[in-house]
Design a protein. Structure first.
Length: 320
């Protein structure tokens, strides 16, 4: 299903080969209005956002010692997930596995830049009541509450067809996800939330959700996510010219990268550089990374940021 927002005014048409057919991306002549843009991005302001607790704050965090009642379990995706209910009646989506950590970290960083993200939290272990009096101690999980003020719409928005294409903030979102090695830029991970009242500057949010396929290697066939050695060794910018940039990105949907210009890379890198050292540490602490691993991740990200600001080719050698 296509999003209700679409681009109408065109100044450039980029025809790309995708899945054996020509895919056309229409670039609008003008940027979206501030009201429209606020549905995707808001200026985070001069005060540093709390990247440990995130948008939901400590008050919405799941109780560590509670027993969560299972309502459903889904094993169809890369990571298994539960729908559970806490003792206070709040329902949660709990994703287990290696993406639990990365999703929290990537979500925190995107929100720190001003992009909308739902409240999510990390629990290193937790207890689920699977029924008939059986209690199971589960592994690490990403917990996302199903709040009554947030309505998740059934339709999703498209990377290549939306009202934000003309905005550097939109293309900067793509760059930020590339810096974090988000390896699967698929449309059906893009969510739309309707809000019962304004929150974070808007009553409708457009954002990438389920962003855990990151912080590892990129690739098309089961790339390893949440893998520090792979993240450290994979290059970022492969070529920079006056006309464009080429990324050392091996994931799906590479046609989307044709939209990105050198100025977009610099825009995203400069804004990432505004995050404080404390914010970087808090984002990884929220995902329960050790101080040593967090320091290595942050060091590599800052290398990419520096290359993006200077528009330097990353000279790292890929093993591919």
């Amino acid at each position: 299903m296509r999003s209700a927002i679409s681009s109408t005014v065109v100044v450039a048409t980029i025809s790309l080969m995708a899945c054996g057919a020509v895919r056309t991306i229409q670039v609008p002549a003008t940027s979206p209005s501030q009201t429209q843009l606020a549905q995707l991005w808001v200026d985070p302001g001069s005060a540093a956002r709390d990247l440990f607790w995130g948008i939901g704050g400590e008050q919405r965090a799941p109780a560590k010692d509670a027993v969560y009642k299972m309502k459903a379990r889904d094993d169809s995706g890369f990571s298994a997930s539960y729908d559970v209910e806490g003792p206070d009646g709040i329902e949660w989506s709990a994703k287990i596995g290696p993406e639990a950590q990365t999703e929290v970290v990537v979500s925190r960083i995107l929100w720190g830049l001003g992009y909308h993200q739902p409240p999510i939290y990390y629990l290193p272990s937790w207890t689920v009541d699977v029924g008939k009096g059986e209690m199971k101690r589960e592994s690490e999980a990403r917990f996302r509450p199903k709040l009554p003020q947030l309505t998740h719409l059934k339709e999703y928005w498209h990377w290549a067809d939306n009202a934000f294409l003309g905005a550097p903030e939109f293309r900067g979102l793509l760059v930020a996800m590339l810096i974090l090695n988000s390896t699967d830029l698929k449309d059906d991970n893009n969510s739309i939330y309707e809000l019962s009242e304004p929150w974070d500057g808007a009553t409708r949010w457009y954002f990438p959700r389920d962003v855990g396929a990151a912080l590892g290697e990129t690739g098309k066939l089961y790339p390893r996510r949440n893998w520090l050695p792979g993240f450290e060794k994979e290059p970022f910018l492969a070529e920079v010219t006056e006309k464009g940039v080429r990324f050392d990105y091996k994931g799906r949907h590479q046609e989307l990268l044709k939209m990105i210009a050198p100025d977009d890379v610099r825009w995203a890198a400069e804004r990432l550089s505004r995050l404080t050292d404390s914010q970087w540490r808090d984002a990884f602490r929220a995902g329960n990374y050790s101080d040593a691993d967090a320091a290595r991740y942050i060091a590599r990200i800052k290398e990419k940021i520096a290359d993006g600001i200077a528009l330097r080719v990353d000279r790292r050698v890929s093993n591919d």
